[in-house]
Design a protein around this ligand. Structure first.
Ligand code: KIV
Ligand code: ZN
Length: 423
């Protein structure tokens, strides 16, 4: 069992909330069986905490948390609860069989939420935090407290709120940017202030929970690490309410790839990232955009000839991570209208086809023409070009002269130049 209690090492706790906040994505609801299947994969991925659901919300959610607590071991299982007795009882009961359990209690602390949503005074909010954290402690020592809408809350009040939660027994205090309003500098500053001003903060883990309304969830989470946050809450593929949550794969690879900047690590098995992403996508029916960082289909694909040439010669010219490290089989050179002879040459090698450089040049032109018309060139298109003998071979030539009316001589010259005078 990984240690999720406060420690002073540089290890970041990865708290996955795909099954709770992620499921709050419109249309992403999952069955109990699907949740158990995903929880098993999250365990394999190596997350430290799985937020399995909000047991008081529905019978299905209760059952999912209960099943995950029963069948998924060696990882902390967490259940969400508002500051209401019935929520805490439901969370405690659903987690009964967990090997390691956490109850996550939350209440809003911003003026706008307290006035318009809760209809509670500051004093009432403070009192309910104290009662609720203490009630959760009856089920487990591991209690997390979240001040919902923390980034729009009055900082002085927030300091008081967190101090009260810690005094009542919270072991993790979470700082949600509930509506994705914060910016990296501002969020980092808030974490810094909380770390400096809250009584008892040295005993607990500071957690960050960022939504992506301005596309800043990953940047905000990573900025917070530099100010002492020890836990990141995130979801696979960044699924979640509205524009979603901080994407797990992004923060994890950010920490790993830019260790020089963040100087912290986590124990995620990054080779499971793509598999987990595909499972989430399949279960929720929410596709991953091709250009999605880390797990998108194009994340390690190169189409431009200049890039392909660079990558073939030395991968790091255009790659900051290895495709294999996140679970892809390898990078991809896409044969398209921007690709050059090098990519065709590699395709031929992979398909064990030998051709002279003159033939390759001619084939490349044909393929580009198809790409121009069809956008995507697949293996069959290339085979067809070769088979139909549409490739023109110019023998004994030191230089290839364009034979096709559609070939622009200037563009051809540029091609020859870019291909580094291969003839
Ligand atoms: O975004 C949020 O504020 C939440 C809390 C319940 C932590 O999801
Ligand atoms: Zn949230």
């Amino acid at each position: 069992m990984k240690n999720t209690s406060k420690n002073n090492s540089n290890r970041i706790i990865i708290f996955d909330t795909s099954l709770r906040d992620g499921e709050q994505s419109p249309g992403a609801s999952m069955t109990v069986e699907e949740k158990v299947k995903l929880a098993k994969q999250l365990k394999k991925l190596g997350v430290d905490v799985i937020e399995a659901g909000f047991p008081v919300a529905t019978d299905g959610d209760f059952e999912a948390v209960n099943q995950i607590a029963t069948h998924v071991k060696d990882v902390t299982i967490c259940a969400l609860a508002r500051c209401f007795p019935q929520d805490i009882i439901a969370a405690g009961n659903a987690l009964h069989n967990a090997e390691s359990k956490r109850i996550h209690v939350f209440i809003a602390t911003s003026e706008i939420h307290m006035k318009h949503k809760l209809d509670m005074s500051k004093e009432q909010v403070i009192a309910s935090i104290e009662t609720s954290v203490k009630a959760a402690k009856r089920y487990t020592d591991d209690v997390e407290f979240s001040a919902e809408d923390a980034t729009r809350s009055d900082t002085k009040f927030l300091i008081e709120v967190y101090a009260k939660a810690i005094a009542a027994g919270a072991t993790t205090i979470n700082i949600p940017d509930t509506v994705g309003y914060s910016t990296p500098n501002e969020y980092a500053e808030l974490v810094k202030t909380i770390k400096k001003e809250v009584t008892g903060i040295e005993k607990v883990t500071i957690s960050v929970h960022c939504h992506n309304d301005l596309g800043l969830a990953t940047a905000n989470s990573l900025a917070a690490i530099q100010q002492g946050a020890g836990q990141i809450e995130c979801t696979v593929n960044g699924i979640g309410e509205r524009s979603g949550n901080c994407a797990l794969e992004e923060v994890v690879m950010g920490l790993k790839t830019r260790h020089d900047q963040f100087n912290h690590y986590c124990t995620i098995n990054t080779r499971e990232l793509v598999k987990t992403s595909r499972m989430v996508s399949e279960i929720t029916g929410m596709g991953v955009q091709p250009n999605k960082a880390i797990v998108g289909q194009n994340a390690f694909a190169h189409e431009a000839g200049i890039h392909q040439h660079g990558v073939i010669k030395h991968r790091q010219t255009y790659e900051i991570m290895n495709a294999e490290d996140v679970g892809f089989e390898g990078n991809q050179l896409i044969i398209g209208k921007h690709s050059g002879h090098h990519a065709i040459k590699q395709w031929l090698e992979q398909h064990h086809i030998e051709m002279s450089s003159v033939e390759i040049a001619s084939l490349s032109k044909k393929v580009k023409k198809i790409a121009d018309e069809n956008k995507r060139v697949n293996d069959q298109d290339i085979y067809d070009c070769i088979k139909q003998n549409t490739v023109q071979t110019i023998e004994n030539s030191q230089q290839v002269i364009p034979q096709n009316d559609n070939v622009n001589p200037l563009e051809f010259e540029r091609e020859v130049f870019m291909s580094n005078a291969r003839w």
